[in-house]
Design a protein around this ligand. Sequence first.
Ligand code: IVH
Length: 690
Amino acid sequence: MFDIRHISESDAKKELEFLAKEIEKADIAYYQNDEPYIDDAKYDELRHRNNALEAKFPHLIREDSPSKRIGAKVKSEFKKVELQVPMLSLADIFSIDDVHDFILGVKRFLNTSDDIEFTSEPKMDGLSFSARYEKGVFVKGSTRGDGKIGEDITQNLKAIKGFPLFLTGEVGEVLEVRGEVFMSKKDFFDLNAKNEQENKKIFANPRNAAAGSLRQLDARITEQRNLSFIVYTWGEVSQVLWNTQKEFLDYVKKLGFPVNPYNTLCKNEDELIKSFNYLMENRANLDYDIDGIVYKVNDLELQKRLGFLTRTPRWAVAHKFPPEQAITRLNDIRIQVGRTGALTPVADLEPINVGGVIVKHATLHNEDEIKRKDVRVGDFVIIQRAGDVIPQVIGVLKEKRADDIKEFVFPNICPQCGAHTIREEDEAVRRCTGGLSCPAQAIEMLKHFVSRDAFNIEGLGDKVIEDFYNDGIIKTPYDIFTIEERNKPQDLFSTIPSLNLENRDGWGTKSVIKLIEAINKSKRISLQKFIYALGIRQVGIATAYLIAKHYISFENFMKCMREKDIQLLISIDGIGSAIAKDIVEFFNEEHNVVVINNLLKVVKVDDFEGVINNNSLLLDKTIVFTGTLVTLTRSEAKSKALSNGAKVAGSVSLNTDFVVAGESAGSKLKKAQELGIKIISEDEFTQMIS
Ligand code: IVH
């Protein structure tokens, strides 16, 4: 990033384009997929940078600027709800100086030097909702969506314990209350513990867990999760019976809605800062995550005069907490060995409370990072926990280092199996060469093999795999499928005793039956899942899908790889020679071939089911998707296109045959128009594939 004071106009333009894309990607990951891939602090930094550039070059503000947008478009599977009063967002501020500037700005706008009253409210880190009551009866629930159109979550809100379905008291014709649905830290930990047991999705944080539980098409899932909610504002209201924010909070409380007990009324700047500091220091003791404090001008008359900017009110702001840090002792640097043999250093810490979560381990990334930071066992280190990501060691207090502490030497033999390690040129990771004879790699490989996108065997969670491996019950994937046989009571002449799983700690007849059922169910598997399950380096689900689509049967694929015939492989868009090399190597390791051949005795791998429709109008055409599709998700649209024999490209060029333009398509659409490429609507696309 360039210093904003010296940035040229053309660099600013490029950067704004980059930021628009990055923020959109992050928004989709966060709001639609409930799976953020950057942490809150990084996200705020991107938005901040975008705003600063736009403030400096207002004429460069893009049509698709993130500053004009709230959240992300709704997931298409949900019914839509039009929000008469939009659900807005809040501007973020980060420092005491910013608080001062915010208050000064409000006073200037109102042309007054008098103190102004604000409410200070914990900023709940959950999912905002709007609930509409007509004559006191709950009729519609919605998420925020893009602020104007939300997703219909009426049934899901009804499934939350204690959610009021009827209101008594003075409620008028229409009353929309708005607030946050969240999951308490305790419920989050309980849910993850249960999911881990059952080999189900592990949520990164309570916010994701809440989002994943609320935005369920099947409200019965919502019902099984423990969700909580509070109310902090309103939408459409036929009778406004309050004159201040504080009066509103009292009013909804009386109607039976929970409000945050830490909301306070502050008379001036000092009191706001006091409330901020108090909650920052005590947030660890709360049983729910908050990521800052919201300040709102209390008086509605003043709020009205202050009004709104594009996506945020002038009368409120969110004061965000800095990422949480703590200092503790580094007791050890442990080297973990992953599925592909990568050695990852993990910091074992003297347990420490970082923002309400006890942190015992943190990542040290890799060999070079340890060198760069000069981290040594016995050092006092600074730990940072920012929202979603694994805690990190961000620095060392060198002045506290004892004299006899030695530099850390990264091992050149695998600490798990003793095989030698190698680090290839231009690679940051060092790897164990032990393959499946390394127990750590074997266990990770087994965990991958049974994971959700692979064989998806419920009942074989991480802990069970570790125990079964250590007790010799499962050493290779094939052993999973012989469990049923080996668990049968043995006859008199048998030399091998039965596994007798029923008698293991934590197991019983029922759970063994369930496990065997799950294993048997998994014996039939699609080609792409099977390829993914093999755990070939660099072959994720997307690559596995591409391979399946092109090779159709496993037999065909394996034969080509054994013969090192990679012509077809490297002609596939998205598969380069580096991936091809890893795949060929995998199929030419004899122990892998043994594992596969054994597996094929017990498992039925279905041929690729997306048989290409040879009569399709899309056969051999190159398609680019842009904008938001309404009836299909992006991946559905892509897989439909692929199974109709089309190629899907990421960018528009002269080779493009069609551009499918969804709602609010941007630069790709423009480019297609410039190049004179055929543009079709989502409807036309669905007709072509039907
Ligand atoms: S008021 C016009 N109050 O923060 C103001 N929002 O960035 C509307 N949030 O979408 C929001 N706690 O999800 C408000 N006490 C609080 C809040 C709060 C959390 C969230 C909410 C909103 C986002 C704004």
